[in-house]
Design a protein around this ligand. Structure first.
Ligand code: AVJ
Length: 321
């Protein structure tokens, strides 16, 4: 379904299930309003994110690729072969193509909140790797990850690239890693995960506030998605993109600031926003490597190994379950 663009005041019925609607509206009604970054990823949001990964300022995707190329031999040797690759938040499934071939995986499970987008991505993966038994599971990875029946219990690799763990604050990140550990706990299980490291603040800020305005568009698109989810009448053009590094918390924060006073209505509620008032839409934590290694250990993983790029901007970490 096509996403309503900026300015849509469509009051079609809410599309989200009651639990999700309750989560979204309670965030909007809080003293400082917030929305979960998982709502960025409707069809258009997933496409905008792919565009972000190609921006000159957005270094994480290409730096992760550089780490993989620079240490390909050592990584392949350490990770070993895995029959099953499980990828939470798989998105376009582009990285899985290379990895599944490299590890000689027989089964691949992609899990993503953007279920329609994922279906297309997994279909393309199947066409590229006909020998692979590939599954698409639509769903929120924080609500537990249910695997389809018939997925082998041993030799599982949880693959979580892209530094998406940065969307979670330390307690939530630990909980997610614990859940991933449970998934990989059988014989020969492990995790391969990407971590965006702390670095020069100007580099970080440019990556989340690009000159072409793609990240701004991505941020505002959450409002068009929320309009459909709860039957709201946000006008995305009336909200300004803000991104800055919060040094004390070691995280990038993204917000939407109201361009002027406005009243937003949805099915069963409304809220007035003053001019300049903000909605917090995302945190992207930049965990120092030792801090992250400690979280991995507390989640039950052992024998961690990390590889980085020359500048030390990004790490790929492997550990055994
Ligand atoms: C998909 C969570 C890794 O935090 O860098 C990109 C999302 N937000 N630009 C990130 C994002 C703004 C991205 N993650």
């Amino acid at each position: 379904p096509a996403a309503p663009r900026g300015g849509s005041t469509s009051r079609a019925g809410p599309e989200a299930p009651p639990v999700e609607r309750a989560e979204i509206t309670s965030g909007l009604l809080r003293g400082s309003a917030c929305l979960s970054p998982k709502y960025f990823y409707d069809q258009r949001g997933s496409e905008l994110f792919e565009a972000i990964t190609r921006l000159p300022e957005y270094y994480p995707t290409r730096t992760e690729r550089a780490v993989l190329l620079r240490h390909a031999g050592a990584i392949a040797q350490t990770v070993g072969t895995h029959g099953v690759v499980i990828e939470p938040g798989a998105g376009s499934c582009d990285k899985a193509r290379v990895l599944c071939r490299l590890l000689r995986a027989r089964q691949y499970v992609a899990i993503d909140i953007s279920a329609d987008y994922l279906q297309g991505a997994v279909a393309r993966l199947r066409a590229a790797l006909p020998g692979l038994d590939a599954w698409a599971v639509g769903g929120d990875i924080t609500a537990g990850m249910q695997l389809p029946p018939g997925i082998a219990a041993r030799d599982r690799l949880v693959f979580y690239p892209g530094s998406s763990i940065g969307n979670f604050d330390p307690p939530a990140a630990l909980a997610l890693l614990q859940r991933m550990h449970e998934l990989a706990a059988g014989e020969g299980g492990g995790i391969l995960i990407g971590i965006d490291l702390p670095k020069d603040v100007a580099v970080l800020q440019a990556a989340y506030d690009d000159a072409a305005g793609v990240t701004a568009e991505f941020n505002r698109n959450i409002l068009a998605h929320v309009n459909r989810l709860i039957g709201a009448d946000f006008d995305p053009r009336q909200w300004r993109h803000e991104a800055f590094f919060n040094t004390a918390e070691s995280r990038i924060e993204m917000h939407l600031a109201a361009c002027g006073p406005q009243r937003v209505r949805w099915h069963g509620g409304e809220r007035d926003f003053a001019g300049g008032e903000r909605i917090h839409t995302e945190n992207s934590y930049k965990y120092p490597l030792p801090v992250f290694m400690d979280m991995l250990a507390r989640a039950g993983f052992h024998a961690p190994q990390a590889w980085t790029d020359k500048r030390g901007w990004y790490a790929l970490v492997h550990a055994r379950a």
